[in-house]
Design a protein around this ligand. Structure first.
Ligand SMILES: [Zn+2]
Length: 443
């Protein structure tokens, strides 16, 4: 791959913006400054913003074994089209689930053959998998994901307190984080058995308190065991605040939220339908406002898509009980942050670049990624911040074109995505010639 200079763009970094050229050689950023010379190829970024490539720490590409739902090929193309260059695939929804070293090997091989972005893998923490964690760590997983309530998949059972405690102890020994889906099993089970099939019934079955209770318990267990804790897809401002209380007590806890909690509220459920059924569910506008407040105050560590598509036959219009849960939004993370963050809320470009790149790279110890700095991988996206578009299903690269964002208008167009110096997405098309690489944490 020959050297290239990305010329004249405005670099967006958490610490500020800088108008500068970037010289890329052998997939790395080798020089940043004005009027760079010494490369045979130039990419004109005049008038454009250059962000580090998005790191999406939470996707379900369902490969191997359930590619009729998504697949790493289509899923990673969608990620690249939204400016992403690295994803972390979750351990469930694939077959087998990633709860043994052999399953890590199988998933790594499948993604190496299919993914256009780079990828990392989560291992699973389920009853009986604690003694597999060390071998999975050796294979390079970024951490271990556990459910504190029913996952919906019998082959990925929820982690009771003993499993969670033992798993956190082992994760602490291995120096890796445990990520939890934080909703209380007791509360959600009891309420779900009484629920009907409307959006209102579904909301009643998964209350805010179920999230708060589970976060409190996870934080206590992390404090007891010394584990690093990561709370995935926090849906409430109160949930972020609970995690922050833990952090103030010295517990090593991070939180992510997802674009759908920042874009929609429960008032949208009837209009958008089961495309936006997810767990935890969308929240009341007051809760949504508090979550935004936490993002703006810097207490949310990063934003991940939790891209979780299913076969369309599993999404039954109007039936919030029977429909499979999950939002398919991997292509729209940056779009949502730009659209809903910049205007009235004054989220800054610099903050977005931390939320989508620098912070997940730091949290999961991937020092080669996430920043526009000399020596880092040349993972970046070029954004035209002034252009607007209405999202059309035909522009989605995911396997099934169901996305709650279809039909909405967004300002800010990703024109080009570069992964390790190679342009993989350009002007609406996937153009990458090589596949992504497996990325392991620097533990
Ligand atoms: Zn998920």
């Amino acid at each position: 791959m020959s050297d290239v200079i990305v010329r004249g763009g405005t670099l967006v970094r958490p610490e500020g913006r800088l108008k500068a050229d970037i010289r890329v050689s052998e997939g790395r950023i080798v020089e940043i400054g004005p009027d760079l010379k010494g490369a045979p190829h130039h990419i004109d970024a005049t008038g454009l913003h250059v962000f580090p490539g998005l790191i999406d720490a939470h996707v379900h590409f369902n490969e191997p074994g359930r590619t009729e739902w998504e697949g790493a090929d289509s899923g990673s193309r969608a990620l690249a089209a939204g400016g992403g260059t690295l994803c972390f695939d979750m351990p469930l929804n694939s077959t087998p689930c990633t709860i043994t070293p052999e399953a890590v090997d199988a998933k790594r091989a499948a993604l190496e053959a299919a993914c256009v972005t780079d990828f990392a893998l989560w291992g699973g923490l389920v009853p009986g998998s604690v003694d597999q964690m060390a071998a999975m760590a050796e294979r390079g997983v970024v951490g271990f994901k556990a459910f504190m309530c029913d996952s919906g998949m019998p082959e990925f059972p929820y982690a009771d307190d003993n499993t969670l405690r033992d798993g956190m102890r082992e994760a602490a020994r291995l120096g890796l984080p445990v990520a939890v889906h934080a909703e209380s099993e007791e509360m959600t089970q009891a309420l779900a058995s009484a629920a009907g099939s409307t959006a209102t019934d579904f909301l009643a079955s998964r209350p805010v308190q179920a999230e708060l209770d589970a976060i409190a318990r996870a934080v206590d267990l992390a404090g007891e065991t010394g584990a690093k804790l990561h709370i995935v897809h926090v849906s409430t401002g109160g949930g972020v605040a609970k995690a922050a209380e833990g952090r103030a007590r010295g517990v090593d806890v991070s939180v992510e939220t997802c674009p759908h909690y920042l874009f929609f509220t429960e008032d949208d459920l009837d209009a958008i339908g089961v495309a936006v059924k997810c767990a935890p569910p969308l929240r009341h506008p007051d809760e949504h406002a508090m979550l935004w407040g936490e993002v703006l105050d810097g207490r949310v560590d990063f934003i991940a898509s939790d891209h979780s598509p299913a076969d369309p036959s599993l999404k039954i219009a109007g039936d919030f009980r029977a429909s499979w849960g999950g939002v398919a939004g991997v292509q729209s993370t940056l779009a949502v942050l730009l659209e809903r963050g910049l205007d009235g809320r004054r989220l800054r470009f610099e903050h977005i670049s931390g939320l989508t790149s620098a912070n997940p790279a730091a949290r999961f110890r991937i020092p080669s990624k996430g920043a526009l700095l000399v020596g880092k991988d040349a993972d970046l996206l070029l954004l035209d911040p002034s252009r607007s578009y209405t999202l059309d299903a035909a522009k989605l690269f995911q396997r099934h074109k169901m996305s709650p964002y279809v039909g909405f208008e967004f300002t800010g167009v990703v024109l080009r995505t570069m992964r390790r110096g190679e342009t993989i997405f350009l002007d609406g098309k996937i153009v990458g010639q090589t596949k992504g690489k497996f990325v392991r944490p620097d533990v």
